[in-house]
Design a protein. Structure first.
Ligand code: AMP
Ligand code: MG
Length: 481
């Protein structure tokens, strides 16, 4: 174990065969400067950052470490298989908290690595500001996510479509192992090495799976369930990840790699903001289909370990993946019913959800605020009172609500599941633009309000307004490297 005065590092990943990583060092940057430190996260992980200069020195200047590394992986990007790897990321080490929880401490944007292919290994300050803000917002929305520990300005100007400032994010995650890591092992490594990765992952993330008769099959099942829970949560708050490639699908069930992500305003399942998502592959409503597709790639990668007879192995893996649709339906409708205050998940109640979503789409209603107005009991005021379909929907809803629970229980459930504030696209853009020029006032305000997303306050009201239709018409997100 290497201990310094900030992190308590171990390097268990380096026990894997060396095909899985490359030892790497950060670039030297001209004038690095810390612009954000997440003090609360430092405290909760027992990371003691005494001052900004020490931090900069530790992560950039004193880069004589022999154990920082970049991970090898592959992945299906927009459906096409590619060999990848951390092209602009370095894991400084695995920090152990006082209660022995293990977290990767990763720098993103710290320069070229052996996996950079044609890229410069850098990240723009703007894209890292975005990842910082949204990953923290997701955490406070109670959705598993990578966290953001610090943000540095590198002092460099980097070339993108325009000249941009460079940034480096320190990202914290339970582990950066992804579906693409398993695809890499299955395409390019021996069966023994695939096995090493599988049991390393089980021991690190799900040690209880060792007790199962068929641990690789149990791993598949566990990852599928965790991903269903995760994407159900995305649908709960209107989050579009935007680039659900298999290399961006974590095995730990955490949301990560916030590139072209956004939040829907008006409900539209076909909504996609990403400038490169030409076929709407990663649109809001397609996310469940895509996660099933990604889990199928994970299943394929595990096939050599599930059973020595390939046919039998396919049968076993298929039996897990075949449960996806039913599980999805149960979890998704269960969550959506909670959003309208109903704890009880029954098939008969599902049309209440489908009808409400149809209604929102037909009348261009804001997704988040429509649910919120239900818990506020001013739904009619916020909707179209003289629309007959809708009045009859409301009657049906109230009847079910009264049959199944009392209104205060229902209200409690709705408040837990319907955030008051979400990161509205126009505010996120404005905060990032201003912070990029050195004015962090809106960025801090937004970060602060998004740290209590379920709490009503007079202040919250200023952040609840949906992005205007004009803004939404022109708003595009970029992979933003
Ligand atoms: P992402 O879209 O961030 O998930 O990245 C996809 C792949 O491209 C990963 O292997 C990244 O490491 C790599 N990549 C993205 N941007 C850069 C860059 N500026 N330089 C080198 N590699 C990059
Ligand atoms: Mg990625």
């Amino acid at each position: 174990m290497q201990t310094n005065n900030m992190f308590n590092f171990e390097y268990s990943y380096l026990s894997l065969p060396n095909q899985f990583y490359s030892l790497t060092k950060t670039n030297i940057f001209p004038k690095p400067k810390v612009v954000l430190i997440n003090k609360k996260l430092c405290d909760s992980l027992n990371i003691s950052i005494s001052n900004k200069e020490d931090l900069t020195r530790l992560i950039l200047v004193k880069n004589n470490r022999n154990s920082s590394f970049s991970q090898a992986y592959a992945g299906h990007q927009f459906g096409h298989f590619t060999r990848l790897g951390d092209g602009r990321a370095i894991i400084l080490g695995e920090h152990l908290t006082n209660d022995k929880q293990r977290f990767d401490v990763q720098l993103k944007g710290s320069g070229k690595t052996p996996y950079s292919r044609g890229g410069d290994g850098k990240a723009t300050l703007k894209s890292m500001l975005r990842e910082y803000l949204i990953s923290e917002a997701m955490h406070y929305l109670n959705i598993p996510s990578s966290r953001s520990l610090t943000l540095l300005k590198t002092g460099e100007q980097i070339k993108r479509e325009n000249i941009e400032k460079g940034g480096i994010l320190t990202r914290i995650m339970k582990s950066h192992i992804r579906v693409g890591t398993f695809e890499y092992a299955s395409y390019y490594c021996s069966k023994d090495n695939l096995k090493s990765l599988t049991y390393y992952t089980i021991n690190r993330l799900f040690p209880e799976i060792n007790e199962y008769k068929n641990p690789p099959l149990a791993l598949l099942n566990r990852v599928m369930k965790d991903q269903i829970d995760l994407v159900v949560n995305w649908m709960r708050v209107g989050f579009i990840h935007g680039v659900m490639n298999t290399d961006n699908t974590s095995i730990s069930g955490e949301t990560f790699d916030y590139g072209p992500c956004a939040f829907i305003n008006v409900y539209n399942p076909e909504k996609s903001y990403s400038s490169i998502d030409y076929n709407n592959r990663y649109s809001f409503g397609n996310q469940p289909k895509i996660i099933k597709w990604n889990i199928s790639r994970f299943a394929e990668a595990l096939l050599p370990l599930i059973h020595q007879n390939r046919k039998k192995s396919i049968e076993l893996a298929q039996s897990v993946v075949d449960d996806f649709d039913d599980l999805w339906k149960t979890k998704f409708y269960g969550m959506m019913l909670n959003k309208i205050g109903i704890q009880y998940n029954d098939l008969q109640l599902h049309p209440l959800i489908d009808d409400l979503l149809d209604y929102m789409q037909k009348f261009n209603k804001d997704y988040n605020n429509t649910f919120l107005s239900l818990s506020e009991d001013d739904f009619l005021k916020n909707t179209i009172p003289n629309d007959n379909t809708f009045i009859s929907w409301q009657r049906k809803w109230k009847k079910n609500l009264n049959n199944l629970s009392n209104f205060s229980e229902a209200n409690c459930l709705m408040r837990k599941n319907n955030p008051v504030v979400i990161p509205r696209n126009h505010l996120v853009e404005k905060a990032i633009e201003e912070a990029n020029t050195g004015d962090f006032s809106l960025f801090y305000k937004l970060l602060n309000i998004l740290s209590h997303p379920y709490k009503y306050s007079s202040n919250a009201v200023n952040f609840m307004e949906p992005s205007s239709s004009d803004f939404e018409k022109n708003f595009q997100t970029y992979c933003g490297t």
